[in-house]
Design a protein around this ligand. Structure first.
Ligand SMILES: [Fe+2]
Length: 155
């Protein structure tokens, strides 16, 4: 099932929400991969993209949490690490998946897992940051400018 953004997922009307929109778009790509000979490679690409973007996003969230002394930072980070481990395991499992039937099962399982994880994490864990987003805002702006400058230098 495709994930749709809803107002109740709003954390900061800023960079965290923007990152969540991007994560949702990447997860929805996973579901959009059609069965066929190139499906394993395309699924692997989406997992890698999710690993890269997830790592960057989790880093941004955890930095902001540290800067405002968010009291639940350690538990929050554990959830992020758990997802990163699950993605690495999924990448390995996909590499071992040979038959079309196993691939379909893998894809279905991963779609359910990713949808549940993201929605659950945003609603139950990320929303706990809401009382801190005002304090995070100036840091978030600085981080945003820094990332934009790094991207501009890389182009
Ligand atoms: Fe988070």
């Amino acid at each position: 099932m495709t994930i749709k953004w809803r107002e109740g997922m709003t954390v900061d009307y800023g960079p965290i929400d923007q990152d969540h929109h991007t994560l949702i778009a990447i997860i929805n790509k996973f579901e959009a991969v059609k069965p066929g000979p190139d499906a394993p490679a395309r699924l692997a690409e989406v997992i890698s993209e999710l690993e890269r973007y997830g790592e960057a996003h989790f880093g941004r969230e955890e930095t902001l949490q540290r800067l405002v002394a968010f009291p639940l930072a350690a538990e929050h980070s554990q959830q992020h690490r758990h997802l990163m481990r699950s993605l690495a395991e999924a990448r390995a499992e996909l590499a071992r998946t040979a038959s079309a039937k196993d691939l379909a099962t893998f894809r279905e399982h991963m779609c359910g897992f990713l949808n549940d994880w993201l929605i659950d994490h945003i609603i139950k864990t990320d929303l706990l940051m809401k009382p801190y987003v005002k304090a995070m805002a100036p840091h978030a702006e600085l981080l945003g400018n820094l990332h934009a400058a790094v991207r501009a230098m890389a182009e």
